[in-house]
Design a protein around this ligand. Sequence first.
Ligand SMILES: [Zn+2]
Ligand SMILES: [Zn+2]
Length: 133
Amino acid sequence: MRNTKARRDILGVLDEYDYPLNAEQIYEKLNEDYDKSTIYRNLKNYEENGEIKSIVFSDKIKYFFKGQGHFHFIYCIKCKKFERFDLCYSEQMSKYIKERLGFRVLTHTLYFEGICKECQKITKDNQYDNFDE
Ligand SMILES: [Zn+2]
Ligand SMILES: [Zn+2]
């Protein structure tokens, strides 16, 4: 029965947030009711069953989310915050890929990384300016 409860709790946390969470954050949000290995193991299972999806950004941390609908994320590399948005230009890209490469596109994964508004205010260096477009 413990498994059923863990399942409800872990998937429940992901339901609550409309942005991805890593195992550590899920562990904290569950008030450390489960040990980390339980959380990692369960997340792995749910992902294998296709119940949840995960993404990895340049910091190599795996973030999990429930993949209902189609949307994209931008991730702030400074404060590690996500914003979710619905705009997608896949139609145009799929058309391009079909014409140029002959592939029929079934799905796509497109993630953005950047620096959020708040972090831009406190970031004095201009090292990211080149990536503006
Ligand atoms: Zn930020
Ligand atoms: Zn898309």
